[in-house]
Write a protein that binds this ligand. Structure first.
Ligand code: GLA
Length: 353
């Protein structure tokens, strides 16, 4: 195993950015930059032993500095949507940027995906690791409290990309960190993800209004296109526009209420791509997972090696607290108080079938 680094460029305000290459004992390779904590490539073998890069992304830093749909990034301070960019905490109303009309999305105009994190490469017994740190000042993007965050990526020798998050604050604040890789287990440049077979370990999901804000209900997946309790192709029901939820999302762009209730590290979902044989399991301590099928991709992002990322060419499995939690009293709380430590662990484990 090894971890090496090289310069990846500079931000407009002159900050030096690096890119790290993590290689495990089986030759899997993850490249991660400290700009946004972005996973820029992830090379894993298929059934025939041939490696493919299974995440969408860009060849250079500018691709990530320019506007793009959160390819590979760490998303924060609050991932997902906050209705109308407003919430009240300890009697005070806070106003955030409306960057996804009419709502706030993924931390605002300059979220954790657009900041430079300090970095430390570590060789652990489990595999090569990269520790990233970022201190978000009080009031940044409208959020209260100085939030000191750490994210540790480990590419383990059992072929898992493990992400451990931690944070502390000096004032009560909402927090909902997640990871936004777009996966295509056939390869990032191969085409749509509709034939992947998906299992989501969830009996319920959180239905939304047409702006993708939950209506507060926890709804049974039974009899709906959201029922992935047995492995089902993504494409099987994704165009069922008689289903109002599918219509609102333009496909899947919803939060599943994972059966994992008590914060244990447990299986959330599996993804299988038959042609290559690649199989990915997602494990998490989080109560929810946004399964997003790249419905907003439209060919306008030209990525690695000139790949054109079209409609549904990648999917995201964003383990998280539920969308709009700060405004939804019956959802698990996403408020971190001084003296508490926020922790979340998510792992993407690769094998073949
Ligand atoms: C998340 C959201 C989607 C979209 C993407 C980024 O998955 O739920 O609606 O905003 O991020 O394009």
């Amino acid at each position: 195993m090894s971890i090496t680094s090289k310069p990846f460029g500079q931000t407009a305000d002159g900050k030096q950015v690096d890119i790290f290459t993590l290689t495990n004992n089986n030759g899997l390779v993850a490249q991660i930059t400290n700009f946004g904590g972005i996973v820029t490539s992830l090379s894993v073998p298929g059934r025939d032993g041939k490696f493919a890069d299974v995440v969408l992304g860009f060849d250079d830093l500018d691709g990530y500095i320019n506007e793009h749909p959160y390819f590979g990034a760490i998303v924060g301070r609050v991932g997902n949507r906050i209705a109308k960019g407003k919430f009240t905490l300890e009697g005070k109303e806070y106003t955030l940027a409306i960057n996804n009309r009419p709502n706030h999305l993924h931390g605002g105009l300059k979220g954790f995906d657009k900041v430079v994190w300090t970095s430390q490469a570590i060789e652990t017994a489990e595999g090569p690791a990269l520790r990233l740190m970022y201190t978000s000042p009080d009031g940044e993007e409208g959020y209260p409290g100085t939030l000191t965050c750490g994210v540790t990526y480990t590419l383990t020798n059992d072929n898992t990309l493990k992400i451990e998050y931690d944070a502390v604050t000096d004032k009560a604040t909402p927090i909902n960190l997640t990871h936004h890789s777009y996966f295509n287990l056939a390869g990032h440049d191969v085409g749509d993800i509709l034939s992947h077979e998906v299992m989501i370990n969830a009996d319920n999901f959180t239905p939304t209004d047409k702006t993708l804000i939950p209506n507060g209900e926890i709804r049974d997946v039974e009899g709906t296109p959201m029922d992935f309790r047995t492995p089902t192709e993504i494409g099987a029901r994704i165009n069922n526009d008689k289903d109002q939820q599918i219509k609102f999302g333009g496909g899947y762009d919803h939060n599943w209420v994972l059966n994992n209730k008590d914060g244990q590290f447990a299986l959330a979902a599996t993804f299988y791509e038959k042609t290559s044989g690649r199989f990915m399991e997602v494990l998490t301590t989080e109560p929810g997972m946004q399964f997003y099928t790249g419905n907003f991709l439209d060919g306008s992002n030209v990525g690695k090696g000139g790949a054109v990322y079209k409609h549904r060419n990648g999917f995201c499995a964003e383990t998280q607290h539920f969308p709009d939690s700060p405004n939804q009293p019956n959802f698990p709380t996403a408020i971190l108080h001084p003296g508490q430590t926020y922790k979340q662990i998510t792992a993407y484990r690769f094998s073949t079938k």
